[in-house]
Design a protein around this ligand. Structure first.
Ligand SMILES: [Zn+2]
Length: 125
């Protein structure tokens, strides 16, 4: 799903689309000339590799996302919010969700077997 930055309304607009097996639901609205605020929930299933044995598992997602999209280079004050800068005036939600999923997948993850082994290991010492 793509939308031109200049077409983003100032009142919260419903955001709802699917990306592969993930469902994105939330709202977005323009909060200043160059900033759009997005609040969304990611739910669904994604695959993730175990950090120890490399086995691919499916995990159920339930992630709340909140971030700002800046039209161009972000020149605002320091903020705790995640700011995503876009270059060509077009917000590509698929790309944003893809990179968010990549960051979830790169988190440390152990499959059930490995995490059980891990617990045993920790109990022994
Ligand atoms: Zn494993």
């Amino acid at each position: 799903m793509k939308i031109e930055f200049r077409k983003v309304p100032q009142t919260p607009k419903e955001l709802q689309f699917d990306y592969n097996s993930v469902k994105i639901e939330g709202t977005f609205c323009k909060i200043s000339q160059s900033l759009t605020k997005v609040e969304a929930n990611l739910s669904g299933i994604t695959d993730i590799d175990c950090c120890r044995c490399g086995k691919t598992d499916n995990i159920t997602l339930d992630e709340n996302l909140e971030f700002l999209i800046c039209d161009g280079i972000f020149k605002g004050n320091e903020t705790d919010d995640l700011v995503i800068e876009i270059e060509n005036g077009v917000i590509d939600f698929d790309e944003i969700i893809e990179s968010e999923l990549q960051s979830i997948k790169s988190d440390y993850y152990l499959c059930e077997e490995c995490s059980q082994e891990n617990n045993l290991f920790e109990q022994e010492f």
